[in-house]
Write a protein that binds this ligand. Structure first.
Ligand SMILES: *[C@@H]1O[C@H](CO)[C@@H](O)[C@H](O)[C@H]1NC(C)=O
Ligand SMILES: *[C@@H]1O[C@H](CO)[C@@H](O)[C@H](O)[C@H]1NC(C)=O
Ligand SMILES: *[C@@H]1O[C@H](CO)[C@@H](O)[C@H](O)[C@H]1NC(C)=O
Ligand SMILES: *[C@H]1O[C@H](CO)[C@@H](O)[C@@H](O)[C@@H]1NC(C)=O
Length: 538
C-alpha cells in the first residue's frame, strides 16, 4: 500500500515533468519562431447589417503558397500570396465561390509601407504604377466581399521571402504542408474582433475674420476652404491617403498660413471672412461635412459667398477639374471658374469645369443617397460651392479614399505647390477685387511665398498616419496636431465631435503580430506521448 509520502513523491515527479513540458512548450512558442512579422488585417465592417471584409482575426494553420490545388482541402491552410504575383480574377472566383480556406496573407512590396523611406528610381516608379492597377482592383474586391476567414497584409522582407521560397518548394512536391514535411505554421493570436461602440467623427474649424469698414454693421461675406482629412482602405492600419486626402489637407493648411500673414496686417486684411474646415467622415457620404454645415446658424450659412473643397490634388500633371452642381452659366460659378482659369493660364496649367446636377430631396430620400463630392453637401443647403480635384469623375463609394497604393511615394510636392498657388492666388484676386489682373501676391521669394518645406513636413506626417475615422479617438494625436496647427494661423479654432451613425458598423483588431514556426507539430507530438511512460523515465 502506498504511503502518503510516496503518493506525494509520485505527484511531485509528475508535476515536475509537466512543468518541464510546459517550459519546453513555452520555449518553443516564444523562442522558436523563425520570424515575427507585423500584419495588418483586412477591414471588417457591416453595411446596413450585411457583413463585409475579413470576419475573423486569429490564425493558426500551416502555410501554403497557392490556391491552385485541385482536389485538396485548404480549410487548414493559410495561403501566402505576393501581390506582385496575384491573379485577381482567380482570387475573385475563389472568394466568390466561397471555397474553404484557413486564411490569406497578401505580401505587399516594401514600397507600399508607410514607413518605407527608400528613395525610388524610375524603375521603381514604373513598377509601382504597374502595381497600382492590381492593388486598386484587389482592394475593391476585398472591401466588398464577405470573407469567413482571416485576411492579412504584410510587407515583403528577407525573412518572409525565405519562408515563402521554402513553402513553394514544398508545395511543388505535392505533399500536404504538415510539420513532418518541415512545414511552417502561421500563428496570429488575437481576440475575437469586437464592434466599435459609437465611433466618433471630429470636424476641426478655424476663422480668419475680415476687416470691417468703420461703422459698417453688415456682416462680411465668408469664403469657406474645406478638406476632408480622414481615409478608408482595405487595411485601416495602412490607410494613410497621401493624395486622398492628405494633399487637400496640406493645401488647406498652407493657405491658412499664407492668408494669416496677409490678415495679420490691417493694410492687407481682406473684407472677407475666411472659414477653414477640416472635415471627417469623407468616405461615408461626407457625413462630417453634413453635420458641420447643419451646426452653422442661418446668418453664417447665408454669409458664405462660396466654398471651395480640395480633393486629391497631389499627383496631377497639368490638368485640374472644378466640379460644381450648378450650370456653367450661373453667374457665381462663372465668376469662380474664370478666376481659377486666369490664374491657371498664368501658371501654365489647365483647368476644366464639370457640372453634375444634384436633385433636392426630402430627408428620407437623402439618407440612402450617395454624395459624390464634398461640395454637394453645401449645394444641398443652396450654398455656392465647388470641388477642386485632379479626378475628372467622382469616385464610387469607399473608393479613392486612401487605399493601399496611396502613399507618399506617389504624390508629388511640386503638384501640391502648384495647387496652393492656384487656389491661393485665385482666392486673393477675388478677395482683393483683382480678377483678371496679372498680379502675383504669393510670388516666389516674396514674404508671402509658398513654403515647400512646410508642405513637405505636413505631407510626411500625414503619409505616416492612418486616419480611418472610426479608429481615431476624440483626442487622437493627429486631431490635436491639426487643431494646434490651425490655431497657430487662425482664431476661434474648435472641434466638433459627432457620432458616425447610420448604416456602418466597424470592428477592431486592425493590426497584429504574425509568428511563423517551423516543424512545431513534431515537438508538440513528442510531448503528447502517454504521460505514464514519461513519469517512469523521470
Ligand atoms: C487568372 O485566373 C483566371 C481564372 O482562374 C484564369 O482564367 C487566367 O488564365 C489566369 N491568368 C493568368 C495570367 O494566370
Ligand atoms: C477630400 O476633401 C475634398 C474636399 O473637402 C472632398 O471633395 C474629397 O472628396 C475628399 N476626399 C476624400 C477621399 O474624402
Ligand atoms: C528665389 O531665390 C533663389 C535664391 O535665393 C533663386 O535661385 C531663385 O531664382 C529666386 N526665384 C525667383 C522666382 O526669383
Ligand atoms: C450621417 O448623417 C446622418 C444625418 O446627420 C445620418 O442619419 C446618417 O445615416 C449618415 N450616416 C452615413 C453613414 O451616411
Amino acid at each position: 500500500m502506498a504511503t502518503p509520502t510516496k503518493i506525494r513523491e509520485a505527484f511531485e515527479s509528475v508535476y515536475s515533468v509537466i512543468a518541464i513540458v510546459f517550459i519546453l512548450v513555452a520555449c518553443v512558442e516564444l523562442g522558436d519562431a523563425v520570424a515575427v512579422v507585423d500584419v495588418y488585417r483586412l477591414i471588417q465592417y457591416d453595411l446596413a447589417g450585411a457583413p463585409f471584409g475579413s470576419r475573423l482575426a486569429s490564425l493558426n494553420h500551416h502555410a501554403g503558397s497557392s490556391l491552385f490545388a485541385p482536389g485538396t482541402d485548404l480549410s487548414r491552410t493559410v495561403a501566402m500570396i505576393p501581390v506582385r504575383e496575384v491573379n485577381v480574377t482567380f482570387i475573385r472566383e475563389y472568394i466568390g465561390q466561397r471555397r474553404p480556406l484557413g486564411g490569406l496573407i497578401f505580401l505587399l512590396p516594401r514600397m507600399f509601407s508607410p514607413e518605407n523611406k527608400d528613395s525610388m528610381d524610375e524603375g521603381d516608379q514604373n513598377f509601382g504604377k504597374e502595381m497600382k492597377d492590381i492593388l486598386v482592383e484587389l482592394e475593391r474586391l476585398l472591401i466588398h466581399a464577405n470573407i469567413p476567414y482571416p485576411v492579412y497584409f504584410a510587407f515583403e522582407d528577407d525573412n518572409i521571402n525565405a519562408v515563402l521560397a521554402d513553402v513553394k518548394k514544398n508545395d511543388v512536391t505535392g505533399q500536404p504542408a504538415t510539420a513532418t514535411t518541415g512545414g511552417y505554421k502561421l500563428v496570429v493570436s488575437a481576440p475575437e474582433p469586437r464592434k466599435l461602440a459609437s465611433p466618433t467623427i471630429t470636424n476641426i474649424q478655424g476663422w480668419l475674420p475680415g476687416l470691417k469698414a468703420d461703422g459698417d454693421s453688415n456682416q462680411l461675406p465668408t469664403i469657406a476652404i474645406v478638406a476632408s482629412y480622414d481615409t478608408f482602405g482595405a487595411a485601416p492600419a495602412l490607410s494613410v491617403g497621401s493624395d486622398s486626402n492628405g494633399s487637400g489637407v496640406v493645401v488647406l493648411l498652407e493657405i491658412a498660413r499664407l492668408f494669416s500673414r496677409l490678415y495679420s496686417n490691417p493694410r492687407t486684411r481682406g473684407r472677407y471672412n475666411l472659414l477653414f474646415g477640416l472635415t471627417s467622415g469623407g468616405p461615408y457620404n461626407y457625413n462630417g461635412t453634413h453635420k458641420w454645415l447643419r451646426s452653422f446658424d442661418q446668418r453664417l450659412r447665408e454669409s458664405i459667398d462660396y466654398a471651395i473643397c480640395l480633393n486629391s490634388i497631389g499627383s496631377w500633371d497639368n490638368e485640374m477639374w472644378i466640379h460644381v452642381s450648378k450650370p456653367a452659366e450661373n453667374a457665381y460659378i462663372k465668376q469662380i471658374f474664370e478666376g481659377f482659369l486666369n490664374v491657371a493660364e498664368e501658371l501654365g496649367l489647365q483647368v476644366g469645369l464639370k457640372h453634375k446636377k444634384i436633385s433636392f430631396l426630402n430627408v428620407a430620400e437623402e439618407l440612402g443617397l450617395q454624395v459624390a463630392w464634398e461640395h454637394e453637401q453645401f449645394s444641398r443647403l443652396r450654398v455656392t460651392a465647388a470641388t477642386l480635384s485632379e479626378l475628372s469623375v467622382a469616385p464610387e463609394l469607399l473608393e479613392s479614399t486612401g487605399g493601399l497604393f496611396d502613399n507618399r511615394h506617389f504624390v508629388n510636392e511640386a503638384a501640391i505647390v502648384r495647387s496652393v498657388k492656384l487656389v491661393a492666388e485665385s482666392l486673393a484676386r477675388h478677395i482683393y477685387g483683382q480678377q483678371g489682373k496679372n498680379i502675383k501676391i504669393f510670388a516666389d521669394n516674396s514674404s508671402y511665398a509658398v513654403n515647400p518645406s512646410y508642405i513637405v513636413s505636413w505631407l510626411d506626417l500625414l503619409s505616416r498616419t492612418p486616419r480611418v475615422a472610426p479608429f481615431l479617438s476624440k483626442n487622437d494625436p493627429l486631431i490635436m496636431a491639426l487643431k494646434k496647427e490651425l490655431a497657430d494661423h487662425t482664431v476661434d479654432v474648435n472641434l466638433q465631435h459627432e457620432v458616425l451613425d447610420g448604416m456602418f458598423t466597424f470592428y477592431d483588431s486592425t493590426r497584429s503580430r504574425l509568428n511563423i514556426y517551423q516543424g512545431l507539430d513534431d515537438l508538440i507530438s513528442l510531448f503528447r506521448r502517454p504521460p505514464s511512460r514519461k513519469v517512469k523515465t523521470a
